[in-house]
Design a protein around this ligand. Structure first.
Ligand SMILES: Nc1ncnc2c1ncn2[C@@H]1O[C@H](COP(=O)(O)OP(=O)(O)OP(=O)(O)O)[C@@H](O)[C@H]1O
Length: 267
């Protein structure tokens, strides 16, 4: 279980990016982190990665508090797979395959084992054909998928992804959704910041909404969108809206489209 207890964070220039945030995320849950630009999503992820320290409050995983000594941080980070907002910050090896293998080799795996796992992850993310290319020559969407493959290859319990769908075309966004469902089946926790609520609606169990550095609401999918008061803050997923109109509440875009077709044919 990941816990934030009264966590506040600020930057050296004095910007207070998060104010007194508390929440708990149970293992195996998919959480969508939403909020306007500048609301504090990336700051929350930097805190989770131990890249910045809170000015107040406690961050813990399975009741173990995050400490900032090099050894503690190293252990903490082995439990997470991070996908940063900007993949250029993450990809550095001469080839995509070497990049994905890097973390595995650091773990002490043999080059043979590392290559097999890297190929599996690259395949799952649809970038195996790019494995020999230098990462900087990839398109933005390809870089993103290579970075996701790097995290997936390490088989962490928790994935933390900052706008992983940004720059992906619809086919690759669907692939990413399938990958998240796959992680879910393996009881992994997925925490994902996104501006695309329709993408999140396909996989999120819980929703965490930030507004100007404050935690506005944390709720589960079942009743989350029934609160009409949230309409002034977020755009509702279109699949939910169709479900509400037709009183069917489908969960997937495919179901929603089918429902819409049925309703249109009746008329
Ligand atoms: N290095 C920094 N130094 C000073 N202020 C920062 C720094 N990084 C972020 N901020 C500020 O902290 C606040 C939260 O920023 P953050 O990047 O966490 O927002 P975000 O919700 O991830 O935004 P976006 O959706 O645009 O990625 C903003 O006011 C931002 O200007």
């Amino acid at each position: 279980m990941i816990q934030f207890q009264n966590v506040s964070a600020s930057y050296p220039d004095g910007t207070v990016a998060l104010k007194n945030i508390s929440f708990s995320i149970k293992p195996g849950v998919n959480v969508a982190v939403l909020g306007e630009s500048g609301s504090g999503k990336s700051t929350l992820f930097q805190l989770l990665a131990g890249l910045i320290k809170p000015v107040e409050g406690v961050i813990s995983l399975n009741n173990e508090r995050l400490h900032y000594k090099k050894k503690d941080l190293h252990y903490w980070r082995t439990q997470f797979g991070f996908v940063l907002q900007n993949p250029d910050m993450q990809l550095f090896a001469p080839s995509v395959e070497e990049d994905v293998m890097y973390g595995l080799l650091q773990q002490g795996q043999t080059p043979e084992e590392a290559r097999v796992k890297a190929r599996e992850a690259l395949n799952a993310c649809g970038v195996d054909h790019l494995r020999h290319k230098p990462p900087h020559t990839l398109s933005a969407g390809e870089k993103k998928r290579a970075a996701i493959a790097g995290a997936a290859a390490m088989n962490p319990d928790i994935f933390v992804m900052d706008e992983p769908e940004a720059g992906l075309d619809p086919v690759n966004t669907s692939r990413l959704t399938a990958l998240i469902h796959n992680f879910h089946q393996q009881n992994k926790t997925v925490i994902c910041a996104t501006h695309n609520i329709d993408f999140a609606y396909e996989w999120a169990d819980e929703w965490l909404i930030l507004n100007e550095g404050k935690l506005l609401v944390y709720g589960n999918s079942k009743h989350f969108f029934e609160k009409d008061s949230l309409r002034s803050i977020i755009e509702y997923p279109w699949a939910y809206e169709i479900g509400r109109m037709t009183k069917t509440f489908p969960l997937t875009k495919k179901d929603a489209l089918q429902q819409l077709r049925k309703t249109m044919t009746k008329k």
